[in-house]
Design a protein around this ligand. Structure first.
Ligand code: NAD
Length: 707
């Protein structure tokens, strides 16, 4: 096995170079190797200074995620102990930061006496995204070195800061801006430090400077993040740790940090957020596909239809420098489409997110046409025309005629059968579904729909391309609604049924919002458009709509009255500008419908609303898994947390079920099945997979669909 830390001597300077691919994860073995290197360098009297560098392209990405949850994660030497040892060293330690220094890697650099970095380097403490706080001194050392505002922002947002910013704040001592060997420059810098008798520096000798902070600083900060951290446990503990840094000497602050770290580590939220982290990498592993499958090259993309979705999809590609040709029926449609894209970029420029030059660059990558012959060079075409099978087939036939062999032909359909589209042309293996979410330039989720005949390399290419355009992708099978919309159906059905039974839209919204959803179902439907939902239901299989006259009856009624939601200023609510208020007329409509349908109204308890909506989501998720539409429960969780506003601190519906116990979900479903009479019997049948898992004492995590 190669050395995890290379030990080299240059005159009286030792270079400890971390060499633990792929990311210098600070697992047990690497921690031991660093400690051994330090001991050797400390005991050697000829050594005057130690450089800590990396043999990889990044400095260090932090804890070794493979050790998460195992004894090795805290085995001696633990990272906090190792860093304390470094800080007590009598010889100066210089961190040579040649790239990303994240989490424990950032804390490693903070425990050194001096830091030199390349301009592209970044340091960050992303632990909050895993439901944790930095537990190896980050919350105590960073405020001492960077000052409270920057440290707090970095720790609570989890976002890395640039070398330049950290240099200005005094965290990075030197930035190496010239060409040439960075390590040589660090050696030179170290020699200068030795020549000038530069002292060893310990954070223990530094107090956090709070002299310029207003008294209300922490209260104001808490208020400023309240909305975006609603329901999350870790951000508040991060703040408390930084407050401790302001009040306590380093050793006591470190103890407080470790105490707060443990309170986070033992939460369902930490489990949930770590589950989502691992779900992201699991989602790109597709059963039955050789991981060595070569992706096709995507250098040029074409999009058919420059409407709401086509325009948004185009932005994803030009944002990363991939040229796009937009095709639409006529010049007027194209002009409209380009106008919307340009307008979106101008808004970003006004907010300072893009420079005028960047806007120009992106717009220059867009080309328009009404002639299919212009698509002959496209490596991938994404169709985003009206949701109509005949029109889509016509478009695909035209593509079949003009596109070069090997071009990937994708459809952005939300509900139509991708296999039927594929079978209508001569190259079904090149066809795939790419279900973007609206607004496509903003929403991170992409459902990749694998058709029966989709070639393996087409699937591999789209998964890879999704990463390039910064999407979270999940592969789904061909079925109505794929994963997201299909699982949403019973959730939506219960929400509207509960309104007939006597719950108010505001009550349903509140219960779901308090659970952590970005918004409750009535608000979501009002935003998406009640008309869209109704039209979608027309093409829905009988397994859902059509079997029950009460199914989404309140939505159909609102549609009939032209109350389409926010766009018409009336839906479940009345909208006045940005404000919404409850509408007694909707309650009357619900009462009228309930009478017609023989549903008796009552006070519906909040807990019932929560269970009937969320547990139904879980039950349908189980069915989707059983049907092989999703490969693993964590894929459903990714879809829900990235596309449907499910709270990340609960890890998605299936992780939530695993956390509370699938048996709890099953017994609640059975309870409602009995209590709700014929309605319960009709809709509350537990998915066989849920029953099976409970019988076997297993969780959704344990169920993986094979190829
Ligand atoms: P849209 O009406 O905004 O845009 C459709 C565009 O396609 C229009 O510009 C129209 O001129 C053009 N078009 C129609 N027929 C064409 C043809 N034969 N050749 C070339 N161009 C043609 O629709 P949209 O909301 O962007 O939806 C497009 C597709 O995306 C649909 O399949 C829809 O189901 C799907 N989708 C929509 C959403 C959403 O929220 N809007 C979300 C996911 C998927």
């Amino acid at each position: 096995m190669p050395q995890l830390v290379n030990y080299q001597v240059h005159d009286n300077i030792v270079i400890l170079s971390l060499n633990a691919p792929p990311v210098n994860g600070l697992g047990y073995a690497l921690r031991m190797a660093i400690r051994d290197g330090f001991q050797q360098a400390t005991e050697d009297k000829t050594v005057k200074a130690i450089i800590l560098s990396s043999a990889l392209k990044l400095f260090c990405a932090g804890a070794d995620i493979r050790e998460f949850g195992s004894d090795k994660a805290f085995a001696d030497p633990s990272l906090p102990d190792l860093l304390n040892l470094m800080e007590e060293s009598s010889k100066p330690i210089i961190a040579a930061i040649n790239g990303m220094a994240l989490g424990g890697g950032c804390e490693l650099a903070l425990a050194c006496d001096y830091r030199m970095a390349i301009p592209q380097a970044k340091m960050g403490l992303p632990e909050v995204h895993l439901g944790l706080l930095p537990g190896a001194g980050g919350t105590q050392r960073l405020p001492r070195l960077a000052g409270v505002p920057l440290a707090l922002e970095m720790i609570v947002s989890g976002k890395p800061a640039s070398a330049d910013k950290l240099h200005q704040a005094g965290v990075i001592d030197e930035i190496y801006t010239r060409d040439g060997d960075f390590l040589k420059a660090v050696i030179e810098y170290t020699k200068q430090l030795l020549d000038s008798n530069a002292p060893v520096r310990s954070c223990a000798d530094l107090d956090v400077d709070t002299s310029e902070l207003p008294e209300s600083f922490f209260a104001d900060f808490r208020q400023s993040i309240a909305r975006r951290t609603r329901g999350f446990y870790a951000p508040e503990r991060c703040i408390q740790a930084v407050e401790a840094a302001c009040e306590l000497p380093l050793a006591e602050g470190l103890e407080k940090e470790s105490e707060l770290f443990m309170t986070c580590a033992n939460t369902s939220q930490a489990r949930a957020q770590q589950h989502l982290f691992f779900a992201g990498s699991a989602a790109s592993k597709i059963p039955g596909i050789d991981p060595k499958t070569q992706a096709r090259k995507i250098g040029r993309v074409a999009i058919i239809g420059s409407g709401t979705m086509g325009g948004g999809i185009a932005m994803n590609f030009v944002n990363v420098g991939i040229p796009v040709t937009l095709l639409d029926l006529d010049e007027a449609a194209l002009e409209r489409g380009i106008g919307v894209i340009n307008n979106n970029y101008q808004i970003s420029a006004k907010k300072g997110r893009l420079s005028p030059a960047q806007v120009e660059e992106r717009m220059a990558l867009l080309d328009t046409t009404t002639d299919y012959a212009d698509l002959a060079d496209a490596d991938m075409v994404i169709e985003a025309v009206f949701e109509n099978m005949d029109i889509k087939k016509k478009v695909f036939r035209a593509l079949d005629e003009v596109c070069k062999p090997g071009a990937i032909l994708a459809s952005n359909t939300s509900t139509l059968d991708v296999d039927e589209i594929a079978e209508s042309i001569s190259r079904p293996g090149d066809v795939i579904g790419l279900h973007f979410f609206s607004p496509a330039n903003v929403m991170r989720l992409l459902e990749i729909v694998r058709g029966a005949k989709t070639a393996d390399d087409v699937l591999v290419t789209t998964i890879k391309m999704a990463k390039v355009i910064k999407k979270v992708s999940v592969v789904a099978g061909v079925a109505w609604g794929f994963i997201g919309n299909r699982v949403l159906e019973p959730y939506g059905r219960e929400a509207s049924r509960l309104i007939l039974e006597g719950a108010t839209p505001a009550q349903v919204d509140r219960v779901l919002y308090d659970f952590g959803m970005a918004m409750g179902l009535p608000s979501m439907i009002d935003m998406a458009g009640i008309d869209i939902g109704c039209l979608t239901r027309q093409g829905m299989p009988d397994a859902f709509y059509g079997r029950d006259p009460g199914y989404a009856a309140i939505c159909d009624k609102l549609y009939e009255l032209g109350r389409f939601g926010q766009k018409t200023a009336r839906g479940f609510y009345i909208y006045e500008g940005r404000n919404k208020k409850e509408d007694p007329e909707v309650l009357e409509l619900a009462t009228g419908l309930a009478k017609e349908l023989g549903i008796s109204q009552r006070d519906v308890p909040d807990q019932e609303i929560l269970e009937r909506t969320i547990y139904m989501l879980i039950n349908e998720g189980a069915q989707v898994l059983d049907d092989g539409i999703a490969y693993r429960s964590s894929d459903i969780d990714l879809v829900y947390c990235n596309g449907y506003g499910f709270p990340a601190h609960r890890g998605g519906p299936m992780q939530y079920a695993d956390e509370i116990g699938p048996d709890v979900v099953l017994s609640a479903l059975n309870k409602y099945r009995t209590e709700l009479g014929a309605y319960g019997e009709e809709w509350f049948k537990p998915a066989p997979l849920l029953e099976k898992l409970v019988a076997e004492g297993k969780r959704f995590k344990d169920h993986v669909v094979s190829a």
